[in-house]
Design a protein around this ligand. Sequence first.
Ligand code: CAA
Length: 243
Amino acid sequence: MFGQIMSRLVLITGGTRGIGAAISREFHNKGYRVVATYSNNKDAALKFRTNTGIATIQFDVSDEKACFDGIKHITDEHGIIDILVHNAGITADSTIRKMTSNDWHSVIHTNLDSCFYLTQAVLEGMIQRNFGRLIYVSSVNGLKGQRGQSNYAASKAALVGFAKSVALEMATKGITANVIAPGYVDTEMVRAVPEAVLAKIISTIPVGRLGTAEEIAYCVSFLADERAGFVTGAILSANGGMY
Ligand code: CAA
């Protein structure tokens, strides 16, 4: 059993920065083989690879062909992907009255369409093996809504319906599909919120602080574990009590 865990291959999208980087490190430290994708920030990815020894690959998750080519490249090089952690996501915050068509579409393409492309691309390998873990990183704001995030909240809420449906289709094939819904975590994305607004938000978190990326990474590793095979179609909230 231990040998099997050691050999599992994990793909983490957006895995070189923020929550994704902590998830990559968590799996790497536990002995999994890890590949982390990145999109634009090549310097950060290079630094991450040098510091951690974790393999990285650049592709745009909002592009269907790039996803299929990227997954094929990883599979040719490393073998079948056992665990997909789809973490890559963007914000383009704006109140609904001011939101542009580009704010809407860019967020939906990157956060949601990507989910369909990546899941299809990894699924056949998982079915062959009769084992798989699909983990989608949603958000507390996808569950409760947030001012300025109708696009982001819509994309993150949609991951729930997607995961629950895939969970049903894959239930007898050893493949689970779950959602983790982090609250406000201390990352560049959250630090980009206007300071006064962020202070107001933090005052509504019952534990009284932002989460850490490592706290989210630990939850993801739980969902990926071989022993978590009875957990599927679930939402694991890690939000400091912010419901
Ligand atoms: N909670 C409480 N008050 C809020 C608020 C919030 N979430 N968002 C805005 N407000 C308040 C502001 O403090 C401000 O109040 P005052 O008039 O009393 O000063 C008022 O609403 C108007 O806000 P702005 O002056 O900022 O208006 P704007 O039009 O320039 O911008 C906004 C509006 C885009 C919503 C901006 O306030 C904003 O970026 N809010 C934060 C949105 C957010 O929480 N994004 C999360 C990013 S992190 C992430 O997405 C990760 C994750 O999954 C959690």
